[in-house]
Design a protein. Structure first.
Length: 94
């Protein structure tokens, strides 16, 4: 039997799944990156749900957590992607 926290989380995910998947499509290029991002968003929502204070609507809060997670994820991926591209470019020039 799910706890109240689990029930609340599952309801939140069901009600916002389309929005969350859209954010993943916008901020992640390939299917594996989208899966990774979706999982990271789920983790952040799960971890942050107990601290939701109700200052905004639940939908707004979910959107902000998802968007902030996506932006962080995209920044991390772009930093990691830059180094190999520069090395590959240098090798191709030789």
């Amino acid at each position: 039997m799910p706890t109240k926290h689990e029930e609340r989380f599952l309801k939140l995910v069901r009600e916002n799944d389309g929005r969350l998947r859209h954010i993943c499509r916008v901020y992640a290029r390939d299917i594996e990156a989208r899966k990774d991002l979706y999982q990271e968003i789920m983790f952040q929502l799960w971890r942050s749900l107990p601290s939701f204070a109700g200052a905004s609507s639940m939908d707004t809060w979910v959107y902000r957590v998802a968007l902030n997670t996506a932006l962080t994820h995209a920044r991390r991926r772009s930093v990691h992607a830059e180094t190999p591209l520069e090395e590959d470019h240098a090798e191709a020039a030789d």
